[in-house]
Design a protein around this ligand. Structure first.
Ligand code: NAI
Length: 677
């Protein structure tokens, strides 16, 4: 949309809700720029966004198909060819293609809090409309590398300090842009701008560091390379090279998987029920152990009042100390200001009695994983709280229907399953019992949004979505152990698959005792015919509980995991006892069986209605369990691999478990995913 304010042309981008750069938007911009040429007396042009933002990014739905013209580089070329200087007036966000559009303008004015950056690498892409070429010319090589490769978003104030923004606007962005337009601006082509001199060795090591940190982001290396290349070419050639890489990378399977995850996350974030969330100001967190302290800190950071409750005064002091340590750590790392820390401390009350929960709008329990203890607490909490206050549990595995029986007005009870460390991990499973009300679940989603977490809805089931799939994966890893593979072989194969860590390294890290206690609790109800591997139990009996005891599936002589002769002996003895002749198992079979086990369980979860959709399962595994994002998640990956390879993985996993998998169910569940972009 083109308008005029005296001798200034104002081009407004208007594509609600976030002015995503679609083909239509690009065509509109090009048309407006073209129309400028027909008007005499125009001194300056301003590009601005209608509504709440400049341009939050390109419309990534377009990236899976041939791009329609005009493409963004053509729009930017028209800006550069425009006879008058063009100003980008930025409020809200200028990200990805939006930031590239702004970089293509002669000047940028922005509100200090506006978000700018090039998040493409986080979507498995590289910037494709000049981001890697223009940014180094404005901010220097080091800052540009950091922004491009880490996909970091910064605020415009920081952008101003770096040189990416020319002026800041404290008031109305259009008024300030008009005033800026009046300061005698001249055309400022970036072609002519040289990159500021820098220390080559420092930049090389920064680039290597950033690529290493972006582990799992295949686009990071390409993006770093393109940015560094901006030195070697003039801008025109650099832009062509960048565009070619972008066109290639956007249609790679990895880029499809990233885009799929992007939309899967958004879909999972929507409350599945039509109900009103309860307004929550004060939250009681009962149990300030590992999880409770982290959870309390999450609520404090988001501005809630928190009542932290422990069993007695000593435990309370320890628990409050844990929260304080988290606050201190974030101050030290400049993640929060001392003022913010002060207000969190004012918002935190500690108490050794659950009576203190009486004014809370929500009480969340994070006490020991023991059904009887939890039921007792929930009964007492129900009596203390007002009848419309919500009650949630952070249980990892326990039956929340059985917990709901202990709650008066059980419709207000539900699961809020955080992951460890709670203040860092983004995933939050919102678990419905059979009696949870839609309002309670809606409140869970509202809380997730306020805490900045990625919610996923789940119904009650042993381990809900994530832990249930992970348990199936772990079980399969132990079958492999019994069948002949060693822990380092299995871990290495799964890292080769793309998992952040191997399953035995994870066990050692989180401690073997929790799962051990659980297996003991279930021993009586276990199907005696089901295959059961005793190796982990024997490690626990030998006091090898993982890293915290200095030994688990591995020894840790210098803090680093090494294969343990004691573990080998335990495994060998167990194989003999089971009359299993160990065989060499290659990484391909290890990966196939572990992956097949995940898919089998995922399909069961869908069938049972524990998960609403396959994409929710993928969000859980990617966010909570180190499943590689570039494979999209287990369901996406299964839907896109060779059907014969998937069949074989599912069969191998089922065979090892001694069950027959119902392939028809798997096929239906997977077919729905296949057609998604
Ligand atoms: P923890 O043992 O570190 O903490 C439990 C805390 O609860 C202790 O500080 C204890 O003093 C307190 N407590 C026990 N009974 C209490 C009572 N009646 N009143 C007040 N306080 C009481 O345990 P952790 O690891 O924090 O686990 C807590 C819950 O979170 C469990 O249900 C667990 O399954 C779940 N969870 C644990 C995860 C983990 O990785 N550790 C991950 C996700 C969930």
């Amino acid at each position: 949309m083109l308008g005029f304010r005296g001798d200034v042309a104002v081009i407004t981008i208007d594509n609600p809700p976030v002015n995503a750069g679609s083909a239509k938007v690009r065509a509109g911009l090009l048309e407006a720029l073209g129309a400028l040429g027909d008007r005499n007396g125009i001194k300056v042009a301003i590009i601005i966004g209608a509504g709440k933002t400049f341009m939050a990014g390109s419309d990534i739905r377009e990236f899976g198909a041939p791009l329609s013209d005009p493409q963004l580089p053509a729009v930017i070329a028209a800006i550069e060819a425009c006879p008058v200087p063009v100003i980008a007036a930025i409020h809200g966000a200028a990200l990805g293609g939006g930031f590239e559009l702004a970089l293509g303008c002669d000047y940028r004015i922005a509100q200090p809090g506006a978000r700018i950056g090039l998040p493409e690498v986080g979507l498995g892409l590289v910037p494709g409309a000049g981001g890697t070429q223009r940014l180094p010319r404005l901010v220097g090589m080091e800052a540009a590398l950091e922004l491009v490769v880490s996909a970091k978003r910064i605020d415009a104030q920081r952008g101003y300090d770096l040189g990416a923004i020319d002026a800041l606007s404290d008031g109305d962005i259009l008024d300030d842009a008009l005033a800026f337009a009046d300061t005698g601006l001249a055309k400022r082509p970036l072609h002519a701008m040289a990159i500021a001199p820098f220390e080559h060795a420092a930049v090389k090591s920064l680039s290597a560091k950033l690529i290493a940190k972006a582990k799992g982001r295949p686009a990071a290396e390409k993006a770093a390379h393109l940015t560094l290349q901006s030195l070697e070419h003039d801008l025109r050639d650099g832009l062509e090279i960048e565009r070619a890489v972008f066109q290639d990378i956007r249609i790679t399977p990895e880029a499809f998987a990233y885009r799929y995850q992007f939309f899967a996350e958004r879909q999972a974030s929507k409350n599945p029920f039509d109900a009103q969330a309860k307004t929550i100001a004060a939250v009681a967190v009962v149990g300030l152990g590992t999880m409770g302290a982290g959870i309390a800190y999450c609520f404090l950071r988001a501005g809630y009042k928190v009542i932290g409750i422990e069993g007695d005064q000593d435990l309370l002091d320890t628990g409050l100390g844990r929260i304080d340590a988290l606050i201190e750590k974030d101050i030290a790392a400049s993640r929060i200001t001392p003022e913010a820390a002060q207000s969190m401390r004012e918002n935190l009350l500690g108490n050794a009695s659950i009576e203190a929960a009486k004014d809370a709008d929500l009480a969340l329990e994070a006490i020991f994983e023991d059904l009887a203890v939890k039921r007792d607490l929930l009964g007492r909490l129900s009596a203390v709280l007002s009848p419309d206050a919500l009650i949630a549990t952070n249980t990892s595995y326990l039956d929340i229907d059985a917990m709901a029986e202990a709650v008066s007005h059980p419709e207000r009870f539900f699961g809020l399953h955080f992951f460890s460390p709670a203040h860092i991990m983004s995933l939050l499973e919102i678990v419905s019992s059979t009696s949870s009300s839609a309002g309670a679940i809606a409140s869970g989603f509202a809380i997730a949004r306020k805490l900045g977490k990625q919610p996923v809805f789940a119904r009650n089931s042993y381990g809900f979505i994530g832990n249930r799939i992970y348990a199936a994966y772990r079980r399969q890893a132990e079958f492999l152990l019994e069948d002949g593979a060693e822990p380092p072989e299995i871990d290495a194969a799964m890292i080769g698959f793309g998992m952040a860590l191997g399953p035995f390294a994870v066990s050692d890290l989180s401690g073997l005792d929790i799962a051990w206690r659980m297996r003991q609790a279930q021993a009586a109800s276990r199907d005696p015919k089901a295959r059961y591997v005793r190796i982990a139990d024997q490690l626990c009996e030998a006091g090898r509980l993982g890293r915290k005891t200095g030994a688990g599936f591995y020894d840790y002589p210098n803090g680093k995991p090494v294969a343990s002769p004691i573990v080998t002996e335990i495994i060998d003895a167990e194989r003999r006892a089971r009359a299993i002749t160990p065989r060499t198992i290659g990484s391909h079979e290890i990966q196939a069986r572990c992956f097949g086990a995940m898919v089998n369980e995922a399909v069961l979860l869908l069938e049972e209605g524990v998960a609403l959709r396959g994409s929710d399962i993928d969000v859980v595994l990617v966010h909570g369990y180190g499943f590689p994002r570039w494979l999209g998640g287990p369901m996406w990956h299964a839907a896109h691999m060779e059907p014969a390879a998937l069949d074989s993985a599912i069969d191998l996993a089922a065979q090892a478990e001694g069950v027959t998998f119902r392939r028809g169910d798997a096929a239906t569940a997977l077919a729905t995913l296949k057609n998604q972009n």
